[in-house]
Design a protein around this ligand. Structure first.
Ligand code: ZN
Length: 534
């Protein structure tokens, strides 16, 4: 009960006299400007440590960093900023304080959880699972199953992975979920749902409605595509017999990968940016590291170290379509950060709504759904191949979208309702899913959601990206990626950093609200466009 009484007082009296600023590391009262600098340095030093781990496999030692910035773990800072937020009359100034509060509250929540989370992460990172005489790092398991052609071997791998998840991962995540609930209550919130929605100003009721709408309106579409794809990939298997370890096969792009050679990746990216009038190589603030080093993490990532002057992208191409869509996604983030107005305060450059940067990442990743781009930039010449590729992409997209909706709805239950998670998960997945599951197939997913509600950033980005895409096409045509004026338009959006919320960006594009209707309409249209001919 650290701050509850003060929060109550604020509610009762509206505004109190301004709370004096707490003392900073140099012993004098902090200013907002100094706090910004401290938070930026703290974020940069942590990012540097984790970047070195991802890029060069260097051991992470964040303890000295946390010690150096331990004074930021102080509820008095939050109270001070909240009082400034309450007193501010300018909406943008209020937003600035709200973003700084978010960052500080996240630190307050994170400090006591770090050790538990670290235990889970190191368990996951260090685990090696022995399957039929072969040792496989746990983190590579899903990928190994994905690439395995032999069904019996896939079942064997999955069974071993499941045992590890049930015995080692789920109990640790259960502890993290419980501890998160406890810490949120300590900070004066009902639970993690309440905390996340308030701190991030997310309307979870609206998003719940959007998810139910999406699940309802795309169900038939998805069932049809799933059946079609399953018949293609597993001609001898009935749909209800397709198991968890089989489903990855439906998303494989092997037959199209010849169009996406490893050596063509960077040239295509340069061609794409040149079309938008951006001379990528002369930008100077994005470091693209695509070198293949054994100690480098295979997962691609964009690291906004300091915005906009130091943005880094790590990719490890292995050939094939996934490399391409991954690079374009990460570069969507990178350009957003690299073009952010350097004059904005730190919080409006980096601490806003993540749905904004995910929107730009999605917009670039999804250029591979554009038939003109596939033909003219990628160089796919066969119309039938393009149709089949786009249809598989559509199946993948709807599948991902639906699973994010389910994941969000489940997280609401996991964090908000103290019920048996397995029972809740089972009920929700059975209601929303189109796949038949055996008893063993539920408990691998029960804690394996995106347990920090980042799902909500992706879902909001999914909705907003459709509006960005439609605007680009309406203004600049299907070949918007070849028009430097479209590049200028995007630069204008990127330069705002996190200043505008997703709703404000939608309004700027001429839409009254962010609704799931344009997204669902687009999916229905793409299904019609890619239907096999008779
Ligand atoms: Zn992203």
């Amino acid at each position: 009960m650290r701050r509850n009484s003060l929060v109550l007082l604020l509610l009762a009296f509206g505004t109190l006299a301004a709370i004096p600023a707490p003392v900073g590391p140099d012993g004098t009262p902090l200013t907002v400007e100094a706090l910004r600098g401290e938070l930026e340095d703290f974020g940069f030093e942590l990012a540097e440590a984790y970047y070195a781990l991802d890029a060069y496999g260097e051991e992470v030692d964040t303890e000295p960093i946390y010690e150096k910035y331990a004074y930021l773990d102080d509820p008095a800072l939050v109270d001070w900023l909240r009082s400034l937020e309450n007193d501010a009359t300018d909406p943008l100034e209020r937003r600035s304080y709200a973003y700084l509060v978010k960052n500080l509250e996240d630190n307050l929540l994170w400090f006591p959880l770090e050790e538990l989370y670290y235990d889970y992460l190191t368990t996951e990172a260090s685990a090696v699972i022995e399957v039929g005489g072969e040792d496989i790092p746990y983190r590579q398991m899903d990928d190994v199953i994905f690439r395995e052609d032999d069904r019996d071997r896939r079942r064997e791998l999955w069974t071993a992975e499941r045992t590890f998840i049930v015995d080692e991962i789920n109990p640790r995540l259960a502890v993290v979920v419980e501890a998160t609930r406890r810490e949120c209550r300590e900070l004066g919130f009902d639970d993690f749902v309440d905390y996340y929605a308030k701190i991030n100003e997310r309307d979870f009721a609206k998003l719940t409605g959007d998810c139910l709408y999406i699940l309802g309106t795309t169900r038939g579409l998805f069932e049809g595509l799933a059946r079609e794809r399953a018949e293609e990939v597993f001609p001898d298997l009935a749909l209800q017999d397709v198991r968890s370890y089989d489903r990855g096969q439906l998303w494989r792009t092997d037959e199209f990968d010849k169009n996406f050679p490893a050596e063509g990746l960077i040239p295509l990216w340069l061609e794409f940016t040149a079309g938008l009038g951006i001379d990528f190589q002369s930008l100077g603030n994005i470091l693209l590291d695509s070198e293949d080093r054994p100690e480098k993490q295979p997962r691609a990532a964009c690291w906004p170290m300091r915005v906009p002057e130091d943005v880094r992208v790590l990719v490890k191409p292995s050939g094939g379509f996934t490399d391409y869509e991954t690079l374009f996604h990460e570069m969507g983030h990178a350009l957003h950060f690299a073009f952010t107005d350097p004059g904005l305060p730190y919080e409006l450059k980096l601490l806003g709504d993540d749905a904004v940067t995910e929107t730009y990442a999605f917009a670039f990743e999804n250029v591979f759904e554009n038939p003109a781009f596939l033909k003219e930039a990628v160089g796919m010449t066969d119309d039938e191949e393009i149709r089949r590729f786009r249809r598989e992409q559509l199946f993948t997209e709807i599948s991902g979208l639906r699973s994010y909706c389910v994941s969000f709805l489940y997280e609401l239950t996991l964090h908000g309702v103290e019920a048996d998670p397995l029972e809740s998960y089972r009920a929700l997945v059975d209601w929303a899913g189109v796949w038949t599951r055996t008893d063993e197939e539920y408990d691998t997913g029960v804690y394996y959601t995106n347990e920090d509600f980042y799902t909500t950033s992706y879902l909001n980005a999914w909705l907003l990206e459709t509006l960005v895409r439609e605007t680009l096409t309406d203004k600049f045509g299907d070949e918007w990626w070849r028009d430097p004026v479209a590049g200028d338009f995007l630069e204008g959006l990127w330069s705002q950093g996190y200043k505008a919320t997703p709703g404000e960006i939608a309004a700027e594009l001429g839409y009254a609200e962010i609704s799931p209707v344009p997204l669902v309409e687009r999916l229905i249209r793409q299904e019609e466009e890619t239907r096999p001919g008779d």
